[in-house]
Design a binder for this molecule. Structure first.
Ligand code: ATP
Ligand code: MG
Length: 325
C-alpha cells in the first residue's frame, strides 16, 4: 500500500516561489509515489487575520497556483479544511493531549509573533500546531512535505500521535517531515524567509516585467558597491536564486561574481530571465484556470467528497478507541 501524504497551505493570497521551492515542488514530485491529500487551511488563516472576506477568493487563487504548478487533482484530492467538520472534532480531542508549556516553546509561533509584531497571542494561534496535527492525522499522513518553518509542528504532531496511541490504543502513525534542498528561501529584501506578510516575494503569477523589476531592487552583497568590486556569492540571495533556477550557469556566475567581472545588474538580468522561463508555463496554465473557475470549484467539490470519506473512517476508529461509541 502507498504511504499517505498530507500537506496544506493557508489561503492568504497568491503563492510565491518560496511556497513552490519549499513545498509545492515536492507535492508535485511525490504524487506518483504516495497517496496525497492537499488541504486548503482556511481556518488557519484566522490565527493571524480575523477577516474572512478574502478567504474564499484566496482559496481559489491558491488552488489555481497548485494546479498550474502541476498538482493533479485526480491523484491528489484538494479540499477546504472548513468543509470537513472532523478536523474540528479531532482538534478538540488533541488539545487535551498537549501542555500549554510545550506550545509556548514552539519556535515557529515565536517567529511569527516577532515578524508580525503581535502583542497578545490568541489561544487559537498558540494552538494552531494542534489543529495542524489533526489535519495531518485525520488522513493518517505519514509523510508531510513542508518548508523548514513547519518542522516543529510535525514534531508536535508526532508527540500527540504517540500520546493518543499510548492512552487509547494505536490509531495514528507518527509522521515525518519531508524537506526540499531550498526549505527556507530568502526574500528579496534579504530576510531569511520569503513571506507574503513581509512583502518580499516573487509570485508564481508575476509576469516578466514584474519579476525583472522586483529583482532589480533585490538586496545583494553589501560589500559589492561598484560593478568591478569582487562579490561574495555565499551572502547574496540572487546567487541562491541562481542555484535553484539557473544551475547550469552556477559556476560561471560564482567565478564572475568573485572576480568582479560580473556586475550585479547583469547577474540580476540573467536571473530574471531564468525565473521567467520557469514561470512561463505556470502563467499559461494559470490563464486557463482563470477562465474556467467553474472547473476549479468542481475540483474542490470532488476533493471534499474523497477527503470526507477518509476523515469519517478515522473518526470512527477514534470513537471506538476512546469508547465514545
Ligand atoms: P506567507 O508567510 O508568505 O504568508 P506562510 O508561511 O503563511 O506564507 P503557509 O501556508 O504557512 O504560508 O506555508 C505553506 C508552505 O510553504 C509551508 O510548507 C511552508 O513551510 C512553505 N513555505 C512558505 N514560505 C517559504 C519559504 N520562504 N521557503 C520555503 N518554504 C516556504
Ligand atoms: Mg506560515
Amino acid at each position: 500500500m502507498k504511504k499517505r501524504i498530507l500537506s496544506g497551505m493557508r489561503p492568504t493570497g497568491k503563492l510565491h516561489i518560496g511556497h513552490y521551492v519549499g513545498a509545492l515542488e515536492n507535492w508535485v514530485k511525490l504524487q506518483e509515489e504516495y497517496e496525497s491529500y492537499h488541504l486548503i487551511a482556511d481556518y488557519h488563516v484566522l490565527t493571524t487575520n480575523l477577516s474572512t472576506d478574502e478567504i474564499y477568493n484566496n482559496s481559489i487563487e491558491m488552488v489555481i497556483d497548485w494546479l498550474a504548478s502541476g498538482l493533479d487533482h485526480l491523484k491528489s484530492p484538494i479540499f477546504r479544511q472548513s468543509q470537513i467538520k472532523e478536523h474540528a472534532e479531532l482538534f478538540l480531542i488533541y488539545s487535551m493531549l498537549i501542555t500549554t508549556a510545550r506550545l509556548e516553546r514552539n519556535p515557529t509561533v515565536k517567529e511569527q509573533v516577532r515578524d508580525l509584531n503581535i502583542e497578545n497571542v490568541i489561544y487559537g494561534h498558540l494552538g494552531y500546531p494542534v489543529l495542524q496535527a489533526a489535519d495531518i492525522l485525520l488522513y493518517k499522513g505519514e509523510v508531510v512535505p513542508v518548508g523548514e518553518d513547519q518542522v516543529p509542528h510535525v514534531e508536535i504532531t508526532r508527540e500527540i500521535a504517540r500520546k493518543f496511541n499510548l492512552q487509547y490504543g494505536k490509531v495514528f502513525p507518527e509522521p515525518e517531515p519531508k524537506l526540499t534542498i531550498f526549505s527556507r528561501l530568502s526574500g528579496l529584501d534579504g530576510n531569511a524567509k520569503m513571506s507574503k506578510s513581509l512583502n518580499n516575494t516573487i509570485l508564481l503569477s508575476d509576469n516578466s516585467a514584474e519579476v525583472s523589476n522586483k529583482l532589480r531592487k533585490a538586496v545583494t552583497d553589501p560589500q559589492k558597491v561598484r560593478r568591478n568590486d569582487p562579490g561574495r556569492p555565499d551572502v547574496c540571495l540572487v546567487f541562491t536564486y541562481h542555484k535553484k533556477f539557473n544551475p547550469e550557469e552556477i559556476n560561471e556566475i560564482e567565478t564572475g561574481c568573485r572576480s568582479g567581472n560580473l556586475g550585479c545588474v547583469d547577474c540580476k538580468m540573467k536571473c530574471s530571465a531564468k525565473i521567467n522561463s520557469f514561470l512561463s508555463p505556470i502563467l499559461e496554465k494559470r490563464k486557463y484556470y482563470e477562465n474556467n473557475i467553474q472547473e476549479v470549484k468542481e475540483i474542490l467539490n470532488a476533493g471534499e467528497i474523497k477527503a470526507k470519506k477518509v476523515a469519517k473512517e478515522t473518526m470512527e476508529e477514534v470513537h471506538e478507541a476512546m469508547k465514545l461509541g
